[in-house]
Design a protein around this ligand. Structure first.
Ligand code: AVJ
Length: 322
């Protein structure tokens, strides 16, 4: 599993076990133990992530917003009048709003997210603030193929928007698979705008994932709370610790939950054993150089068509065309 991008398969079907249940059990039985980062985002996790973005050490969201604001007019030039704007994994619409405020009238805005509740709430807010905009949310796991609404399929151009360095949560081969899937979903003559965090000093990166207020730690540990609640777990949160560090060889921040002692826990009736110090690998957050992201995109047919950063050069927005 782990595979965030499984573009060759269909949207997961609700079988006996939910995808969350099946993947957690599989990941906790694997060596090393792992759980996919997309499962951080239950209601509490989403609220904690929002709080992370307010922490002084966590620069990515602030830098991306600044880059979008400072260069909105130029980025908007890539979004022609009548285009369909498709946002992948639109947790919050505050980044899309920057583009929506800068573009000419669109055929529609299609936020795609795995969380239907989140989408409905955000869509209602957008409709109130942009009465002339057709907001057509799609509930889907965008790691799998999915169909766009009619209005988006028949628009002359589709522009994909993938902000937030969400691409950093994929393994590089999964990121390539996502980019290939996006090309297939968006079709010919489309444009893709991707936000990616840049490689930088380890101190800055490490601080961003180890904020002094402990919000990132709470975000990581909330995964165990979610397992306890949704999967009938009995995990003692005090016996696990947040670990986050920059892995220089692989250009990624790794987050883990480390067991402070040798112990057994129960999840959905299964017993899982931990050695003292053993970790559950909960997230990779890959950092790219401008060239490494371009190379990845080129490899699946996207041609680089511009790059913008914040003033510090911490975060990049790159545009590609097919
Ligand atoms: C939402 C995936 C971009 O990797 O920085 C923040 C998630 N994890 N702090 C990131 C996250 C820990 C975030 N992304």
């Amino acid at each position: 599993m782990s595979a965030l991008a499984r573009t060759s398969r269909k949207q997961p079907q609700q079988g006996e076990l939910s995808p969350f249940a099946a993947e957690v059990l599989e990941g906790l039985k694997a060596t090393p133990k792992r759980i996919a980062a997309k499962y951080f985002y239950d209601e509490t996790g989403s609220a904690l992530f929002d709080k992370i973005t307010d922490q002084p050490e966590y620069y990515p969201t602030r830098c991306e917003m600044q880059a979008l604001r400072d260069h909105a007019a130029e980025i908007a030039k890539l979004i022609p009048e009548g285009a369909a704007l498709v946002e992948f994994g639109s947790g919050s619409n505050k980044k899309a709003r920057i583009l929506l405020d800068a573009v000419r009238p669109l055929a529609c805005y299609v936020p795609v997210d795995i969380s239907g509740e989140m989408l409905a709430g955000e869509a209602a807010e957008l409709r109130a603030d942009y009465p002339n905009l057709k907001v057509l949310p799609v509930v889907a796991d965008f790691c799998y193929p999915f169909d766009l609404p009619e209005e988006a399929r028949t628009a002359p151009v589709r522009v994909g928007f993938f902000p937030g360095s969400t691409i950093g949560n994929f393994e590089p081969h999964e990121a390539a698979a996502f980019l290939r899937n996006a090309a297939r979903i968006l079709g010919s003559k489309s444009v893709l705008i991707v936000g990616a965090d840049l490689i930088k000093d380890a101190e800055i990166l490490n601080a961003a994932y180890n904020d002094a207020a402990g919000v990132t730690a709470a975000f990581n540990l909330n995964l165990l709370t979610r397992i306890n609640r949704e999967l009938d777990g009995n995990i003692d949160l005090a016996s696990f610790e947040h670990h986050a560090f920059f892995n220089r060889e692989r250009n990624r921040i790794e987050m883990h939950l480390a067991s402070l002692k040798r112990q057994k826990v129960k999840v959905l009736g299964d017993t899982i054993e931990f050695r003292a110090g053993e970790t559950i690998h909960t997230e990779n957050s890959y950092k790219y150089s401008p060239d490494s992201l371009r190379a990845l995109a080129r490899g699946v047919g996207w041609l680089p068509d511009g790059m913008w950063t914040d003033k510090q050069g911490y975060f990049s927005i790159q545009a590609f065309t097919l």
